[in-house]
Structures are given as structure tokens and as C-alpha cells.
Ligand binder design. Sequence first.
Ligand code: KG4
Ligand code: ZN
Length: 357
Amino acid sequence: MMSDMRVLGIETSCDETAAAVVEDGRRLLSNVVASSMALHVPYGGVVPEIAARSHIEAIVPVIRQALNEAGCVWDDIDAIAVTYGAGLGGSLLIGVLTARTLAIVHRKPLYAVNHVAGHIYANFLTGTALPGYSLPAGQPAFPLLALLVSGGHSQLVLFRGHFDYRLLGQTTDDAIGEAFDKVAKILGLPYPGGPSVGRKAAEGDPYAYELPKAKMAGKYDFSFSGLKTAVLRLAQAEVGADFTLPSYELPARLNDRQKADIAASFQRIAVETVVDKTLAAYEEFRPASIVIAGGVAASSELRRQLAERLPKPITCPDLKLCTDNGAMIATLGCYMAMRGQAAADPYTLDINPSLNM
Ligand code: KG4
Ligand code: ZN
């Protein structure tokens, strides 16, 4: 294994333009994230054209800052890693074309990273001189059970080692983060829904309403679209309307107590659903470690329920490493480089918007 492998990671799959430098798959040298989130808030969700245009403006300065903060010049960088999927096509293209160009110009090997797997690798970072990070003391051991919960994915993955994994189950419709975002819209809470529903839920009673948990054919599969519809029907009934009332009229008609109780009841059931399956997978496979990853891994309710119900402590990334970032891409890129995974051709690498684990 080579030592002092330094990888520049580039991530542009959604609304974050991000770049970071990681050393040896464990040390974070820099982590720069520019988000176009504020531009999407008025629309209640990410507008793909706005996201792609923002990436074009931000990508070069973000990469330059990531190198500067790491104290690196191009000679110090051994490889470039870039997210090539899953994500928004226009957004992915900016990162991939930038990484391809840099790989050719600076003669660096290029690694095509799966964004979904990248989220999990945020858990392998254990050291940094950067201020404000709380990182685990050691790397998670294999076999490793990963609960990946983001705006685009909800899945349980069992790793026997690096690049040796099995997808145990996944959502058959909406991702859990998507459900948070849609419930936020129903309640008139700002995008992104995860944090705003979480804050509203803190004022409410999580047992005020009984909402359904989907029964799935696959033991480790999830479904969140029924829960989202149940929240819509509950909100319509609470304001004394039937199912024909358009959802955009609900925020003005629900009072604050109803909003808080619906947010809390929804959050409890959504989180319980993923914790139930994580516990079942733990009992069946007895992994040496359990990690969580993805934007919803920032949820304090998820962390609380996991800590309460799982017999083993879980590893959570620093909050800044849960949502999209370049560090997780650089980390997985390091392992690809250190463990002899094939590099991509910088002249032909294409995006894959619907890539899965
Ligand atoms: O991983 P991520 O940044 O992007 C995707 O790859 O999808 O995840 C974004 C999702 C959004 O749905 C957002 O509402 C959710 O993560 N999220 C949270 C929190 N912060 C972000 N959900 C619950 N609690 C949070 N604190
Ligand atoms: Zn993500």
C-alpha cells in the first residue's frame, strides 16, 4: 500500500459545489462546500438548472480553496476523485468535466466515485487539524453495517471489506429525506425539510397521531410514499377538509400546535421505520460496527433512537460530513487508489445519474 496518498475529491451531484483533500483515507486536510441552497428555498426544492449554473460559477474557486486550505500544490496531489452518479445530470456534468480536464492537464489518475457509497466513507475520517470537527477515534471495523439515509437514498448495506458489500434492502419509492422535504412543504416549513421538520417536531407530541408504518415484502426494504400521503390526509382532516383540498392551502389553515404535533408524529414514525430495520439487520448479521451516513444522519431524533435501541454504539460522521461534501468522495477515492481499483479514462468518463450501490 502506498503511504501519504493525497486525493482531491470533487462533488457536484446536487446543490453543493464541494472539494476536499484527504490523506491516506483517514486524514482530512481541507473541506470546502459552497451551497446554492439559498437560491432554491423560494421554490421549496432544488431547481436543477439553477444548481448546474451555480456549479459552473463556484467549481474553480472551490477547488482552488480546497488545495490552499490543505497547503497543497498540484505536485502534492496523487489522484483526483469525482462523483459521477447518482445525482442531477446537469450538476454531475460540471464536476465530471472539471475533474476530467484537471486529470488530463495535471496528469493525475482519475477515480469515478459512487456518491451513495461515498456517503458511507465519511465515517472513515478520523483525524484533522481543521477547527470545528468532531471525528471518531478509530475507523469502523468490518463487517460493517451501514444505514444510508439521504434525500435520494434509503438503504442498508453490509460490507465484509472495502469494495466487498451486499445491498440488504432499500426504499421502493421515496427516500426518507424526500419524505421529510415533502412533509415540510405540507406544513409550510422551509426547505430543506429535515432540519425544519426536526425543529418543529421538538415543540410537538410525537404520540399525538398514529401514522402507518409500511409493511414490505423485502425484510430490509423501506417505503415512505404511503407515510407522506398519510400525513397529507391527516392534515386535510385536521382542518376539516376532504382529500380534494390542495396541499398548498394547508400551511395557512393548520395552527402551530397541529403543525408541531404532525411534524413530531411523522418524524417519530419515519425514524422508527429505519431503526426497526437496522436493529433487525444487526441481530441477523452481528456486524463489528454500525455506521450511519447521508443528510438524514444529521437528525438528532435518528441518533437518539439508534443510541436507545441498538445494543452497540453507532459511528456517526460529523454533521458537516453528513450532507454532501467533497471529503467523503476524496476518502473513497483514496481507498480506490490504495487498493488497486481501476482508474477512469479522463477522455471518456461519463455521468450516471441513476447509479445505485
Ligand atoms: O445527503 P444529502 O445532503 O443529499 C443527498 O444525497 O440526497 O441529503 C439531503 C437530505 C434532505 O432531504 C434533507 O432534508 C435531509 O438530508 N437532512 C436532514 C437533516 N439535514 C439534512 N434530515 C433530518 N435531519 C437533519 N438535521
Ligand atoms: Zn448525498
